[in-house]
Design a protein around this ligand. Sequence first.
Ligand code: F0G
Length: 465
Amino acid sequence: MAKKKVVVEAAWAEPFKIKVVEPIKMTTKDYRLKCVEEAGYNTFLLKSEDVYIDLLTDSGTNAMSDRQWAGMMMGDEAYAGSRNFYSLWDNVKKYYGMPYFVPTHQGRAAEHMVSQILIKKGDYVPGNMYFTTTRLHQELAGATFVDVIIDEAHNPDSEHPFKGNVDLKKLDKLVKEVGADKIPYICIAGPVNMAGGQPFSMQNLKDVQTFCKEHKIKMWFDATRACENAFFIQEREKGYADKTIPQILKEMCSFFEGLWVSAKKDLMVNIGGILATRNKKVYEKARNMVVVYEGLHTYGGLAGRDMEAMAIGMEEMVEYDNIRMRVKQVEYAGKQLEKHGVPIVRPIGGHAIFLNANKFLSHLPKEQFRAQTLASEIYIESGVRAMERGVVSAGRDPKTGDHRYPKLELVRLTFPRRVYTQAHIDVMVEAIVKVYKNRKNVKGLKMTYEPEYLRFFQARFDRLK
Ligand code: F0G
C-alpha cells in the first residue's frame, strides 16, 4: 500500500513530537531596521540571532531525529575506510539505485566535479531552468547553459502540474543549432528550485530519455529534493498513486547516468553531499578528484558522524508520513497567503512559497530590485527572513555584462524540515499580509556593492528616499 492509511486526518499534522528546543530572540521593529541597514538590505548578511523565523533556506537548517543524533555518536572517524561511509554507500545503492558514489562536503562540490569531468570548453548544457551554483560550475568549466524548461515554468500563474518538465522542442532546437556532440549531458533538477519548487513528471523523463538516446546525450540528475518530486508524482501522475515513495524515487533515478545531491535538504542533515553514478569511468575520475578538493574518497570533506546522519536521514526522507507533512506544511502556508490575495507562484511548490514580487511591488521599476526590497521589508515588519530569487540571484550575462532579468522576480520563504510550527507560519502570514496592505508606501533599493560570483550572497544595497 503506497498511500499509507492516514491516521491523523489534519492536513499535515507532524509525525513526531518535540524533544529539544532552541530559544529564539523576539526583537522590535526599530531594532530590525538597524540590523537590516547594517546588513546592506541583504538578508544573507543578517546575523542569525537577529532573525525570529528563519525561512532563508531549507538547506542545512533541518531538525535531525533522535535516531540521527544517536547515529552521530556512532561516528567512525578513521581517516580511511570509515564504517559510516559503507552504511551510507549501501543506502545510496538502495534508495538512488546508483552503484558508485563519492561523498562530498555539500552539493556544489559534487556539481564542480561533475562539470569538470563531463564538460569541454565550448560545450552547451541544457537544463530545466538554472540553479545558481549549478550553472556557475557549468560556466566555469567552459559551457554555456541553455534553459529548456517548458514555457509554463516562467509564468507564475500557470497551473500546469509539472512545470519542471523539459520542452523537447527547445531541446531539439538546441541540438539542431549546436550539434549533439557539443552537448555532454542534460541537467535535470526536480523539483525545480528557481521555478518555485515545481516537479517534473515521469512521462517527461521517459520522453527526454528517448530523445537523448537517439542523440547520444547523457542525462544527469540534480536529486537534491528528489523525494518531494516523487511525492508530487504520487499525488498527480496517472499510474503512480499505488507506488511507494522509494519505488518512485528509484524509477526516477533509473533514467540517469548519474546524480548529485545536496544532503542538506531531503536528507535532513546540516552538512553533506553526494555524487553517485552508474558510469564506472566517471566514478573513477570523481574518486580521484575528490582527494584533491574534498578529502579521501571515503569521507569527502565530512566527518564519519556526518555520513552516519546522512545514511539514517536517507531512510527517513522516503517515509510517507514525513514527506507528506513536509509538502503539506508548505501548502498550508501558501493557502493562508492566498486567502488574503497575496500573489504567489502557483501551484504551491515542494519546499517553499514564492511571492511574486513583480505583482506585489508593481509600483517599483524593475531596476529597483523588487524582490530584494520585498525580502528586506518582510524582515523589518516581522523578523521573518526570506531570500531574493530574482535579478540579483540571476546575476549578469557573462558575455554582455548586463543584468539578467528573469521573468520570475520572486521572494522565497523556504521551510526547514521539522523545525517550525503552525503558529510560526501564522505569524509569517500575518506579517506578509501587513506588508501587502502597505505595499504602495514601500521604497525601492539601489545596489552599492557587487561581488564577482554569486552576487546575491554578498551584494549590498541602500534604500531609496
Ligand atoms: N542544487 C539545488 C537544486 C539546490 O537547491 C542547491 C542548494 C544546490 C544544488 C547546491 O547545494 O548548497 O549543498 O552546495 N540550494 C540552497 C538553497 C543553497 O537555499 O536553495 P549546496
